[in-house]
Design a protein around this ligand. Structure first.
Ligand SMILES: [Fe+2]
Length: 239
């Protein structure tokens, strides 16, 4: 007869922002927890994860640190018989170190069609932010701004984000922002970006197992649900 089956929730298919490689940034601390979180992503309905450890003054990871960590996670997934696709890129903090790397022609960790996830400082935007993104573009990369809704220097205004859009910068909004996980202002900006059709990617920005419930709550938000079901997001192009 009628079972009390839990209603399936829509997902963007591929998550493009998380911190799942154990103990290399402020994300997941242990390999076992990483596997638990990945199992949960799979149960929720995600098909793939591109995890993005910080490359940041506080977490100066190298490409090798990240790729070695990825291999450890992949081996453990096989050992656990968990058939789930995981790749790695990075969340680059825009600073003079990144600027120099790009100028030197060093390899920048990207995903999909040369997408590179970047973030700004939250309180003050570095004056060369746009210049750094322009340098990335000139090397053939496509910058994706992580959580545009969370930068405090915006003070609720979209002007800077509109300028970045004109430059061709793509936006990754964090799913739990829609349900106020980061407060009222990010929630308001996330909705405004939705209304203006300025969201290119959704991401979890998951740092801990405990945040999964906010991710699930976010996925149940009607706007997120609509985004996941409409052919707008670029997440699914990564499958
Ligand atoms: Fe992040």
């Amino acid at each position: 007869m009628f079972g009390w089956r839990k209603k399936a929730i829509a997902t963007p298919g591929v998550d493009i922002h998380s911190h799942l490689i154990p103990a290399i940034d402020d994300g997941i601390r242990t390999l076992d927890k990483s596997i638990e979180v990945i199992r949960k992503f799979s149960e929720i309905g995600f098909k793939k994860v591109v995890t993005t450890p910080h490359i940041h003054p506080n977490y100066p990871n190298t490409n090798d640190d990240i790729l070695r960590g990825l291999e450890v996670v992949r081996k453990k997934l096989i050992a656990e018989n968990l058939d789930f696709e995981i790749e790695a890129a990075a969340e680059y903090f825009v600073d003079d170190v990144l600027m120099q790397k790009i100028k030197n022609g060093d390899e920048v960790l990207s995903f999909g069609s040369n997408y590179v996830l970047v973030e700004s400082a939250f309180l003050n935007k570095p004056f060369f932010f746009e210049m750094c993104l322009f340098e990335l573009q000139s090397k053939g990369y496509r910058p994706v701004l992580a959580h545009p809704e969370r930068y405090r220097f915006l003070e609720g205004e979209l002007d800077w984000l509109l300028q970045l859009k004109e430059m061709g910068v793509l936006f990754q909004v964090t799913i739990s922002s829609f349900v106020g996980f980061y407060g009222k202002m990010p929630q308001k900006i996330a909705k405004a970006l939705y209304e203006r059709k300025m969201i290119d990617f959704l991401g979890s920005d998951l740092h801990s197992y405990e945040q999964i419930r906010f991710l699930e709550e976010g996925l149940r938000n009607p706007l997120v649900d609509k985004l996941c079901k409409a052919p707008i997001l670029k997440n699914k192009t990564l499958l």
